[in-house]
Design a protein around this ligand. Structure first.
Ligand code: KIV
Ligand code: ZN
Length: 504
């Protein structure tokens, strides 16, 4: 029988803490639900001590999720562990993940602790965590730049203190696959009792070896892999979940290992993270990039037409990429709309279907043919991050190449209606300036992207704005809007970001 590898997803912790990937409460819950459907074993839902918002999100996820373990990160600090416990305690299967750095550089310059103090702290804090629960993970941060014998002593102390999972992170993405495998073998050969716990890997991607190192870890006997959807995470990111899962599945003959993940949920999970964070993946990204299953050259197309396996080692269906696109139009009813969403794998609440269907009808008036990507875009904007505050009612732009642009924006907030005009050097800037006048918020635009979601002249455009508001200059808010009109998409994205800010 094949070995079972546990998938520990840290999209909501390591992924979410990376620049431009922050999510609000309702987005985190939506992601957690999707991770549960995807079938990950452990959801690292956040770092409870980081902020009351993080703790509240972990606690809500702990109450929501039934089929995956819910975990919070904690430093080796009693207050961190108490806060982590409060956040996860109501989960069906809670876990606390404590960590402390073990490399000379981290101990000397960051922790200002001696190796003996680090050992004492690990002993004390793992024991302290055990008073709350049995399922305790310990991570030796920067393990791969630590002295191997000292690392073995740390692992030994953590096991003796009760840790049931021990993680050996390549925090800086420094090792090569051969070295990482050697380190895992070394630990397995030198630490007593290591076969009674689960060894875990957590490989960052600084040199592009995150996935390769994780797979090397699996070959060397690792039983848990820490990874993120789309590989988001600190700096160059973490090892990407979809690549690891599909490598194990496609090369089962080689690894003889499997996961509990339902690979047909991969595409949807990836799209959700791209939509929520506003961080798209490269077209060449393995498994989920737009070109991952595209065959461009004549020779390749010829081969694939004769037999798909000439150039495809896995099928798009196996990762849940929708096939046989059927098109909907303005005469399609709610039933056909819902049925197509179900075919695409979306099972939404009645309320969400109703909202999405309203948007579908508006879109169908503007666009003859509505394709799957249009539907996905509709779903992507349906999740409302709390009660919406502002709504766009109307906009008028007066623009030209020899005049300044004027934008007049009319917006509602509950029963109230506001109208303001602003002058600037283009329709987007002028619109944003008018919205700023209405809301009175001091908004700084950090990034703005616009792209066509589908092909053809009536393609829907997606605008993504990243903004900071007020004094929260490090909290980047992502707003998203879609429309067949690029100015409208941009205005909607801007208002979406403002509503997220106000609702949070
Ligand atoms: O990269 C790292 O070392 C971490 C630990 C907290 C596990 O994220
Ligand atoms: Zn990390």
């Amino acid at each position: 029988m094949s070995r079972q590898i546990k998938i520990f997803d840290t999209t909501l912790r390591d992924g979410e803490q990376s620049p431009g990937c922050s999510m609000n409460l309702s987005e985190k819950i939506e992601v957690a639900r999707q991770l549960e459907t995807l079938g990950v074993d452990i959801i690292e839902a956040g770092f409870a001590i980081a902020s009351p918002g993080d703790a509240a999100a972990i606690s809500t996820i702990a109450h929501t999720i039934k089929n995956s373990t819910v975990c919070s990160l904690a430093r080796c600090v009693e207050k961190d562990i108490d806060t982590a416990w409060s956040a996860v305690k109501d989960a069906v299967d809670p876990r606390i993940h404590v960590f402390l750095a073990t490399s000379p550089i981290h101990m000397e310059y960051k922790l200002k602790m001696t190796p003996e103090q680090v050992l004492d702290s690990v002993r004390h804090h793992v024991t302290y965590t055990k008073k709350y629960l049995d399922n305790v993970e310990f991570s030796a941060e920067d393990a791969t730049r630590s002295d191997w014998d000292f690392l073995c002593r740390v692992v030994d102390v953590a096991i003796k203190s009760g840790a049931t999972t021990i993680n050996i992170p390549d925090t800086t993405g420094y090792l090569t696959p051969g070295e990482y495998a050697e380190l895992i073998h070394y630990i397995r050969d030198h630490v007593e009792g290591v076969d009674n716990i689960i060894l875990s890997c957590h490989n960052h991607n600084d040199l592009g070896m995150g996935v390769a190192n994780s797979l090397a870890g699996i070959e060397a006997g690792i039983g848990q892999v820490e990874c993120t959807i789309n590989g988001i995470g600190e700096r160059a990111g973490n090892a990407s979940l979809e690549e690891i899962v599909m490598a194990l599945k496609t090369r089962k003959d080689y690894f003889d290992a499997e996961t509990r993940v339902d690979s047909t949920q991969i595409y949807r999970s990836s799209r959700m993270i791209q939509t929520i964070t506003g961080v798209p993946v490269a077209p060449t990204k393995p498994i989920i990039g737009a070109n991952a299953f595209a065959h461009e050259s004549g020779i390749h197309q010829h081969g694939v037409l004769n037999n798909k396996s000439t150039y495809e080692i896995m099928t798009p269906e196996s990762v849940g990429i929708p096939q046989n696109a059927i098109v909907l139009g303005k005469h399609s009813g709610r039933h056909a709309f819902e049925a197509r969403l179900n075919d695409l794998g979306y099972t939404l609440s009645k309320e969400k279907i109703d909202k999405a269907f309203e948007k579908f009808k508006v879109l169908a008036d503007k666009k003859k043919v509505i394709k799957d990507r249009d539907l996905e875009a509709l779903i992507g904007v349906v999740p409302v991050s709390g009660p919406v505050r502002y709504n766009l009612k109307q906009y008028v732009i007066n623009s030209g190449n020899t005049i300044s642009t004027t934008a007049v924006i009319k917006m509602t907030k509950g029963e109230e209606e506001f109208e303001r005009a602003a002058l600037s050097d283009g329709p987007i800037n002028a619109s944003f300036a008018a919205i700023n006048k209405i809301t009175g918020l001091s908004i700084e635009l950090q990034d703005y992207q616009l792209r066509a979601l589908t092909d053809g002249q009536d393609a829907q455009s997606e605008a993504i704005v990243k903004m900071t508001i007020g004094d929260n200059s490090h909290d980047i808010i992502t707003g998203r809007g879609i429309s067949v009109d690029i100015v409208e998409a941009s205005i909607k994205a801007y208002i979406n970001g403002i509503n997220k800010y106000l609702n949070d």
